[in-house]
Design a protein around this ligand. Sequence first.
Ligand SMILES: Cc1cc2nc3c(=O)[nH]c(=O)nc-3n(C[C@H](O)[C@H](O)[C@H](O)COP(=O)(O)O)c2cc1C
Length: 174
Amino acid sequence: MNLIEIMKKRRSIREYTNEDIPPEIINDILKAGQLAPSSKNIRPIELLLIEDKNTLEFLSKSRTHGSTQLKNAKCAIITIADTTTADAWIEDASITMTHMMLMAQYHNIGNCWIQIRMRKDDNNKLSSDIIKEKLGIPKHYEVEAILSLGISKTTLPPQEWEKTEKNKVHKEKY
Ligand SMILES: Cc1cc2nc3c(=O)[nH]c(=O)nc-3n(C[C@H](O)[C@H](O)[C@H](O)COP(=O)(O)O)c2cc1C
């Protein structure tokens, strides 16, 4: 499969089977994240792999909505950034997430970006803060997002490339 095919096929998959993801595939996804570029090559991004069912359930409740799929995910990768060392950490974290999503798709593993930065839980607490406290992440780190992963239970049609190109690309002038 070439890269454009992987990009077209990548969709947000929120339902997973109970099957295990082979460890070498999880390693590939983590590697892809670590291979992402960063502004000034500061590399402020770190990743936390979560496989424990109780922790996945806790994470699934870390937001008012939009994170329930974590309960049935096989694992999740939390993307965190040391905000004291880099000013472009949001961009760095986003590229890291994108690399991991594409690698997951390459291996046909269902995945979905779950936004954490600026989101809150049912008690109006910042999701980032409650996750940092629970998992011992230092205070000066920020949680950008979580990637949920599992063998896909559902299939979604590939993205409609022609639509995207027509609406969003301008040439020479807006
Ligand atoms: C920055 C960002 C934040 C997102 N946050 C969530 C989220 O919190 N929960 C969720 O289920 N999906 C989330 N998504 C997935 C989007 O809803 C999804 O990418 C979009 O609807 C397009 O669908 P597709 O990924 O299947 O092409 C997020 C995606 C991005 C890029």
